[in-house]
Design a protein around this ligand. Structure first.
Ligand code: C2E
Ligand code: CA
Ligand code: CA
Ligand code: CA
Length: 269
């Protein structure tokens, strides 16, 4: 009877409050997660027209002792709000750069959050990590979002140039989901666009998405940028993308994110 009473009460806890509590709880635990070595580096393959894996994207997970594997959407925004993104982002970079030296045939992409990129120490930290690990920056791509670049255009472009001089490439993540004009693309040292999964999801049937993808391809061609399509799940999507000359793909059709070593060992030549 006691159990039943409790679960009835539980159902009446306003979901808002539950969310606040769980966020608060996670925040405290996230602070410890790094020290307790609960973060896991996952990698997802990126494939070229020949169907070969030419690179990977680093995607972090949190292996919580009770809650299990927590996806990044549940703790990256929290880490961003609290500043935890700085040590967390540093961990992802360091882990990735260490792997780079062991797998010299692949390129590696790392997501950089706005707060991490805006940190005054960012460029210096990257330089130090490159020195410490001996990783080749020519094979490193940093994925940043449009919003970041627009809000702080001058500082962002200076910083990107500095990193590009080291050999690092830049990719615009979630491309097409922002509100920005395209003129900034021309002014920034960008190498690649990543077409957001939302535009790929309903291909090839959705003709307005198809038109958008073709437009993005035209823009990229004009600006001489390479293009990666995200979220490719089906053969029909793949074939459509090939037909518009979008040849670099990432998505469940080719492989889900998996523990870094597991994927890399399989890819070993
Ligand atoms: P993102 O950078 O846009 O990464 C792509 C997301 O789409 C990943 O989700 C990936 O698992 C998922 N995905 C890839 N292919 C498919 C597909 O075919 N179908 C579907 N349904 N999903 C697919 P994930 O790993 O949950 O990461 C979510 C977001 O969390 C990332 O979005 C990124 O913004 C952020 N994130 C992940 N790791 C890091 C990190 O180390 N640092 C920062 N700052 N952000 C990270
Ligand atoms: Ca990304
Ligand atoms: Ca995306
Ligand atoms: Ca995203």
């Amino acid at each position: 009877a006691k159990e039943a009473g409790r679960s009835t009460w539980r159902r009446f806890v306003p979901s808002m409050q539950a969310r606040v509590e769980s966020r608060f709880e996670l925040e405290g635990e996230l602070r410890k997660a790094l020290d307790l070595q609960q973060l896991r580096l996952y990698l997802q393959p990126k494939t070229n027209r020949e169907g070969q894996v030419y690179g990977t994207e680093s995607l972090v997970r949190w292996e919580h002792p009770e809650k299990g594997l927590i996806p990044p959407d549940r703790f990256i925004p929290l880490a961003e709000d609290t500043g935890m993104i700085l040590p967390l982002g540093e961990w992802v970079l360091k882990e990735t750069l260490q792997l780079m030296t062991e797998y010299p045939q692949l390129s590696f992409a790392v997501n950089i959050s706005p707060r991490q990129f805006r940190n005054p120490d960012f460029v210096a930290r990257i330089k130090t990590l490159i020195q410490e690990t001996g990783a080749n920056p020519q094979r490193l791509t940093l994925e940043v979002t449009e919003g970041l670049l627009i809000t702080d255009f001058n500082q962002s472009s200076r910083r990107m140039l500095e990193l590009q001089q080291l050999g690092i490439s830049f990719s615009i993540d979630d491309f097409g989901t922002g509100y920005s004009s395209l003129s900034y693309l021309k002014k920034l040292p960008i190498n690649e666009l990543k077409i957001d999964r939302s535009f790929v999801k309903d291909l090839p049937e959705d003709s307005s998405d198809a038109l958008l993808v073709e437009t993005m391809m035209a823009v990229a061609k004009h600006l001489q940028l390479s293009v990666v399509a995200e979220g490719v799940e089906t053969q029909a999507q793949r074939d459509y993308l090939y037909s518009v000359d979008c040849n670099l793909h990432q998505g469940y059709f080719y492989g889900k994110p998996e523990p870094a070593r597991q994927l890399l060992e399989r890819l070993k030549p």
